[in-house]
Write a new protein. Structure first.
Length: 41
């Protein structure tokens, strides 16, 4: 693989990974809140 391709794609992959991590963390928090509300009721 040409190093230029890696240099161009690496910021995109890092950004996509970071966005995915944040979305997953938010979704996990919502699921935990939902489970806690169901357990309390």
């Amino acid at each position: 693989m040409d190093i230029r391709i890696a240099l161009v794609l690496s910021p995109l992959l890092i950004a996509a990974g970071w966005a995915g991590f944040n979305i997953f963390r938010a979704a996990l928090g919502q699921v935990q809140d939902l489970l806690n509300k169901n357990n309390a009721a």
